[in-house]
Design a binder for this molecule. Structure first.
Ligand code: PMP
Length: 292
């Protein structure tokens, strides 16, 4: 009910929720042909805003979108959306940039004649996971795309792999689906990156088949600043099962302990893991950027 009266920015202005629409000819409908970012707003600003806008721009450039709005234009649209909704402290924003409306159905980018379409959807959302109790995950049969199939650095809306992984987890009564890469090393969860604690060190998979998450990069940076040993490396399921601690990272959920993988219990109380979670929550607001 809280989100019923929100206004959403679509393309050129703000619309009440029920009127905020894209065309059935939009590239996102015709082919999942869009890129996106999930942002977290605190009273201090938006977490790692510039990194999110850069990733959106790089994804759109890779896909050869045209008329891509500048960072300043996107910031202005975000400001208008937050103002129109009276949201000045804690909320979630989903930025979507589609290739735009096509002149007829089909996937050929040349059918797009109007340039890209920006959507700014700011919505208060409860967190998906309870960071205190942690989450249970299932390793799924659905592989994360490796670069030779679809470059994981593109943060695109072609999310069917992740959705299938999530369905498998749902059917098993678990919170998230774990996805391996093409070589059967751990890639990530269906919507967040993974870290493992073992013998006083922290490990995370190479950004081979996982999204190079911005929260992931913040965790790596905080570790380096605090002299916590952190390594990117190939990680197997067996290594994860036998870790001293495992946690997931993402912009909205921040750091979430993983307490079970495929029925194996993962300890939650490791001192380095607790230290890392604390370090993150104490520092994340210093990563906030204002729109001005
Ligand atoms: N992996 C996937 C598949 C995701 O969708 C997300 C969230 N967009 C993440 C990881 C976490 O990325 P970030 O830390 O940049 O939010």
């Amino acid at each position: 009910p809280r989100n019923k009266n929100i206004k959403v920015y679509v393309n050129d202005g703000l619309y009440p929720r029920d009127e905020a629409k894209v065309s059935v000819f939009d590239s996102s409908v015709q082919g999942g042909d869009a890129v996106w970012e999930g942002l977290r707003v605190y009273p201090e600003g938006i977490v790692c805003l510039d990194k999110h806008l850069t990733r959106l721009h790089e994804s759109a450039k890779t896909l050869a979108f045209t008329d891509i709005p500048s960072k300043a234009e996107i910031k202005k649209a975000i400001q208008m959306t937050l103002d129109a909704n009276g949201m000045d402290n804690e909320t979630h924003i989903r930025l979507t940039l589609t290739r735009g409306e096509k002149i007829t159905s089909g996937m050929d980018p040349r059918l797009n004649q109007s340039g890209s379409c920006l959507i700014v959807l700011a919505e208060w959302k409860p967190l998906v996971y309870d960071n205190n109790s942690g989450i249970k995950v299932l390793s799924t049969s659905q592989r994360r795309n490796a670069p030779q199939y679809l470059d994981s650095k593109i943060h695109h809306n072609n999310l069917l792999n992740n959705i299938i992984a999530k369905i498998q987890a749902n059917v098993a009564g678990k919170d998230a689906g774990l996805m391996l890469d093409d070589r059967s090393f751990v890639a990530e969860l269906n919507g967040s990156n993974l870290f493992m604690v073992k013998n006083g060190k922290i490990y995370t998979p190479y950004a081979h088949a996982c999204l190079p998450g911005i929260t992931r990069s913040t965790v790596i940076e905080l570790c380096k600043k605090s002299n916590i040993e952190i390594h990117e490396q190939d990680i197997t399921l067996s290594q994860l099962y036998n870790a001293d601690g495992v946690f997931a990272t993402g912009t909205m959920g921040e750091l979430t302990p993983v307490v079970e993988i495929d029925g194996r219990e993962i300890p939650k109380g490791d001192s380095l893991q607790r230290k890392m979670l604390q370090l993150f929550s104490r520092n994340i607001r210093s990563y906030c950027e204002t729109l001005a």
